[in-house]
Ligand binder design. Structure first.
Ligand code: H79
Length: 450
């Protein structure tokens, strides 16, 4: 039988459909899936585990040889969760203005905070807490409309079937020599992730430790496909060797906008991820709020970390920061959520963002201005200047608005003392049209050119 061109094409199409992988997402579909994340701006990260005794760092303490694995793991005897009040945690998170939270379900030490059936090391089986501490947290968080994220370490250093090349001392084994041993570990990781995914269908996964293995070794693509198969809207951070949705710069706000449209800076509240007895070097609410508006202005989110103690109490300093975040984000909600990246640096001294329609320029002032705030290079005319979170309007003047020059006049906005917020004052510059900027180096007149 001969096939004409039409039937060859038809046959090819049928074959293609049958064997094509799950259809790739269009950019529009991804944007829709990322929508809540884009508007969230603030998330609260929680590092809680057996290291929350405050005596060692999370996992790295034994990995780097500061304590033995045995001594490190002994801390599990102090993981009581005796004062753990998940409703209070969720209240604090919701009150801070965060729209999502990410909790460590398991760090690199392998201690699982939920009732895993896949392994023996968990809050239920190996600590005096004797219960699943993720379940009630998930419930309380969702009751308050806050999105739920799970931190999950791909690495599980203590396990005998795990291996990596960065360990001090001899490598446990090579995957090429013992592929079944590695497969055993991969099966374990899949089993734990399946439990988390099927029980809670979290809104986000925050993987960590991907640098120790390739996508092929972790089976990154299969992990993400597996999670999506029953939890299609889930968002995945970048630390899964190329299969994530958004970038995760750690401990530093970028200086220029990251290439990735979606990103989040994760940040410690002092100098540690987990609770530490010897770290009282807390960043001030002002410093941390500056980081938040810096992220907002560059089009990203801030994931601010707290470290509760092993008994479940949250140190007063951390509570105070969350409360002050709540006051500030509540008052300035208009300039926090539903904004997009601002204008480039150089137009005004301060961080900036834009309303989604581009017609309001938000200027965040991390200082107390003297007399006025200067805004230059703004071609769109200002119609009104408001102090966000108050009913105050501000007067301004414009100088050098010259008819023959393409350089727009410079605005000087009066900011009286009474208008100031204790932390960061936000001005809303309502414009007659979406923002247009002058980005030149000044008009040079032909008759005085040098
Ligand atoms: O959970 C917290 C930390 O324990 C964990 N991520 C946060 C959220 C973390 N700690 N360090 N890191 C992530 C990055 C570590 C990178 C390094 Fe390396 C590992 C530097 C040295 C070993 C990668 C691998 C770069 C060089 C070798």
């Amino acid at each position: 039988m001969t096939m004409n061109l039409k039937s060859v094409i038809l046959f090819g199409l049928l074959l293609g459909t049958a064997f094509a992988p799950a259809r790739a997402e269009t950019p529009e579909q991804k944007a829709e899936r990322m929508e809540w994340f884009s508007r969230a701006k603030l998330g609260i990260f929680i590092h809680w585990g057996i290291y929350s005794t405050g005596k060692t760092s999370e996992s790295w303490a034994f990995h780097n040889g500061y304590v033995s694995l045995d001594d490190y793991m002994k801390q599990r005897e102090e993981f009581t969760a005796a004062e753990y009040d998940p409703a209070l945690w969720a209240d604090l998170i919701a009150q801070s203005g965060a729209r999502y939270t990410v909790i460590t379900t398991k760090h690199h030490d392998g201690f699982a905070l939920w009732d895993t059936k896949a392994g023996d090391v968990s809050a239920v089986k190996s600590s005096p807490a004797g219960r699943d501490v993720i379940a009630p947290f998930a419930e309380e968080v969702r009751k308050r409309g806050v999105r739920l994220g799970f931190y999950f370490s791909l690495i599980d250093w203590p396990r005998e079937d795990y291996t990596d090349i960065y360990r001090a001392g001899p490598v446990r084994y090579k995957i090429a020599d013992e592929p079944e041993r590695w497969q055993h570990f991969v099966d374990f990781n899949f089993a734990q992730l399946r439990e988390l995914n099927e029980t809670w269908k979290p809104d986000l996964y925050w993987f960590d430790g991907d640098w120790e293995h390739s996508a092929e070794e972790w089976r990154s693509k299969e992990i993400v496909d597996m999670l999506r198969s029953t939890n299609p809207g889930v968002i995945v951070n970048s630390r899964i060797q190329g299969y994530g949705d958004y970038a995760t710069p750690e401990l530093g706000v970028p200086v220029v906008r990251p290439e990735s449209e979606w990103w989040e800076t994760c940040m410690t509240i002092n100098n540690s991820w987990g609770y530490r007895l010897d770290d009282d070097d807390y960043k001030s609410p002002h410093t941390l709020l500056c980081m938040l508006v810096d992220c907002i202005g560059l089009g990203g989110n801030l994931l601010l970390d707290i470290g509760p103690r092993a008994d479940g109490t949250i140190p007063d300093e951390q509570v105070a920061v969350l409360k002050e975040f709540g006051r500030w984000t509540g008052k300035h909600a208009e300039a926090v959520y539903d904004t997009r990246a601002g204008i480039p640096a150089g137009h005004v001294a301060g961080y900036t963002s834009l309303s989604l329609d581009g017609k309001t320029l938000y200027v965040y002032l991390p200082y107390r201005p003297t007399e006025s705030v200067e805004v230059k290079g703004l071609k769109s005319r200002i119609a009104r200047v408001r102090v966000v979170g108050t009913d105050r309007e501000l007067a301004w003047k414009q100088y050098n608005d010259i008819s023959w020059s393409e350089v727009p006049g410079v605005y000087y906005i009066d900011v009286p003392e009474e208008a100031l917020d204790e932390q960061i004052t936000v001005l809303a510059l309502d414009m007659e049209e979406p923002v247009r900027l002058y980005r030149g180096s000044g008009q040079i007149l032909s008759f005085n050119e040098y």
